[in-house]
Design a protein around this ligand. Structure first.
Ligand code: AMP
Length: 186
């Protein structure tokens, strides 16, 4: 199964993607985590990505595509994987489709975790990650609305979109996700 997660900052994608990967016994590739490691290790990609991430901007497509598509080549991804945080632009989505078609299986499902904006702001205030200060959060929300939300229509048109309500406890949201994924699998 090839699964992508879509959702605004603070929607709980990371936590849910980890749990789902565990449930399905497939790897979870988080582009945010990969980029944070690249920044810490000061790799060429990391050095270029850092200034975008710190200011709440998306990292340019070609840098992210390079690290994520390289990882998809790992034999551990042959049975499928979860992509948490990729694609985040239409251009990344198109690139992923071409890539999956050529090397793996086509996408199984795009899971959108939907959470109202006031709830997201409350959660991000409480989280306190380095890129969670108010100005940066505002920019990340704006970039989500402009660049990432169009993916919802992109996947809906391809009949691949499933929407999950992201309000509730982690267990409640996970139960909804499991239900969707079990239905898609069978
Ligand atoms: P996340 O941990 O998924 O919230 O990602 C943290 C930051 O990494 C984002 O705010 C972006 O700056 C960058 N990032 C992660 N994934 C992508 C992507 N697919 N395209 C562009 N930037 C990304």
């Amino acid at each position: 199964m090839q699964i992508v997660f879509i959702g605004p900052p603070g929607a709980g994608k990371g936590t849910q993607a980890e749990r789902l990967a565990d449930y399905l016994q497939i790897p979870n590739l988080s582009t945010g985590d990969m980029l944070r490691v690249a920044c810490q290790q000061q790799t060429a990609v990391g050095k270029q990505a850092a200034k975008f991430m710190e200011s709440g901007h998306l990292v340019p497509d070609h840098l992210v595509e390079k690290i994520v598509l390289d990882r998809l080549r790992d034999p551990e991804c042959e049975r499928g994987c979860i992509l948490d945080g990729f694609p985040r632009t239409l251009s990344q989505a198109a690139e992923l489709d071409v890539w999956l078609e050529q090397y793996l299986q086509p996408l199984t499902v795009a899971l959108e975790i939907r959470v109202p904006e006031e709830e997201l702001l409350k959660r991000l205030d409480a989280r306190g990650r380095g890129d969670d200060n108010r100005e940066t959060v505002r920019r990340r929300m704006q970039e989500y609305a402009e660049l990432t939300r169009p993916l919802v229509a992109y996947y809906r048109e391809r009949d691949l979109l499933q929407v999950v309500d992201g309000v509730g406890t982690t267990d409640e949201v996970f139960t909804s996700l499991q239900r969707v994924v079990d239905a898609v699998k069978s």
